[in-house]
Design a protein around this ligand. Structure first.
Ligand code: VNL
Length: 397
């Protein structure tokens, strides 16, 4: 039985199970079960939605198969809570017998699930969470997202060279924020900058207003910000209310701040914000143009963001590793096969560092500009090629 390409292409609601069912009749190999652990509801639901959409897009383009095996997706909603994520990962492994665990939108959830993957001997692909330490918590983890120090390196070095030599940092008060704060301080200082003050906002229901006032009072040339995906719009709005720009303070940060998923709604205030990151929906390449167009079609017009590209490459990683093992999904073998893989992602060239199982990728400096289409985009203005995690490379301690 042939899979109906048109049904797949135009039926955004066609489930992967159905796709897999169609393909299974054509191939005798047992389906490959992938368990996705993601925040599908709660404050970080946008990360879950973007990641799942990209995974389904990848499957749609490959006819629902990986390395000749049909794929069965099992999506579980951790709601952004570590204990829930741990329980769901456990169930996916024990009851459902998944071959691969994937997703992990938040660092605490990735850390909670690491021992489960390790004990079960399952490949764990971290496509979102970005604290440096994560890959060290289990030998079966491979990451296709990024690390906060990796993303921070670009802007920390760019700012002092571009007239911004004093800064206040403002980060979400949990592990990736602490990583960003530390990396910014060390790399910015090494590049000739001075950090005047370090501020932290609670992860849950943050009120940035008092912190932005403190930042303003310190009179820095720049405010460096890390907030997780989905939260940037709120910070931008409050920055506008405090008129940081009027006080001569430039907004800089990691690209999580100007997340492509919400950038179109941020308005005038976002223009000129300069960030460094590994993915922009405006990245000019044939791979990205295709990814962009297809993602928009599948998502009802939304723009792919860095969470989407992380999940897309997570699927690509599993596919390429499985090709190397000849279809054997045993965790240790897949991890070995993943080491040293490299390909051209919609974000640009990427590779899996065999020593750390982290991703090596180009980091771009991007400035928010209004495009010819009247929309806001993260326009790439500079590129630092092949950046590894600066913590593991000894650049940040
Ligand atoms: C994390 C890092 C989450 C960066 C994010 O968005 C992000 C994390 C939810 O490691 O928890 O943009």
């Amino acid at each position: 039985m042939r899979i109906d390409r048109r049904g797949l292409l135009f039926g955004g609601t066609v489930s992967a199970a159905l796709v897999a069912g169609g393909a299974r009749k054509a191939r005798s190999a047992s389906p490959l079960k992938i368990g996705l652990v993601l925040p599908m509801t709660g404050p970080f639901a946008s990360t879950g939605r973007a990641s799942e959409t990209a995974v389904r897009l990848w499957l749609e383009e490959r006819g629902g198969r990986i390395a000749g095996r049909t794929v069965e997706l099992l999506v579980r909603d951790d709601t952004g809570v570590a204990d829930t994520g741990r329980r769901l990962a456990q169930e996916l492994v024990v009851r459902e017998g998944v071959d691969v665990l994937m997703g992990f939108g938040l660092t605490p959830i990735a850390l909670a699930c690491a021992p489960i993957a390790e004990q079960a001997g399952k490949l764990m692909v971290v496509t979102a969470a970005a604290t440096s330490i994560i890959t060290e918590r289990a030998s079966v983890i491979v990451r296709t997202s990024f690390t906060l120090p990796q993303a921070t390196l670009g802007i920390a070095r760019w700012a002092p060279k571009n007239g911004l030599s004093s800064a206040v940092s403002l980060v979400s008060d949990y592990a990736p924020g602490h990583d960003a704060e530390k990396a910014f301080e060390q790399l910015f200082t090494a590049a000739g900058g001075t950090v005047l003050e370090k501020l932290r906002a609670p992860l849950q229901s943050p009120d940035f207003a008092p912190l932005l006032q403190r930042a303003k009072d310190a009179k820095p040339q720049a405010l460096f910000v890390f907030v997780p995906s989905g939260v940037g719009a709120q910070l931008m709005k409050q920055a506008a209310e405090r008129d940081l720009a009027g006080a001569g303070i430039r907004l800089i940060g990691t690209g999580d701040l100007t997340d492509d998923d919400i950038l179109p709604q941020m308005g005038e205030v976002a223009i000129g914000t300069t960030t460094s990151h590994h993915y922009s929906a405006a990245h000019p390449s044939p791979e990205n143009e295709r990814f962009q167009a297809n993602y928009q079609r599948l998502s009802g017009g939304r723009r792919p963001n860095f969470m989407a590209v992380g999940a897309w490459d997570g699927m690509e990683l599993v596919a390429r590793a499985l090709e190397r093992t000849g279809g054997d999904a045993e965790g240790k073998k897949l991890v070995e096969a993943a080491k040293g893989l490299s390909w051209t992602s919609p974000r640009g060239p990427i590779a899996i560092d065999p020593a750390t199982r982290d991703i090596v990728q180009d980091i771009y400096i991007r400035r928010v500009e209004r495009g010819k289409d009247g929309e806001l985009w993260n326009v790439e203005i500079d590129r630092i090629p092949a950046v590894a995690d600066p913590v593991k490379a000894g650049l940040v301690r």
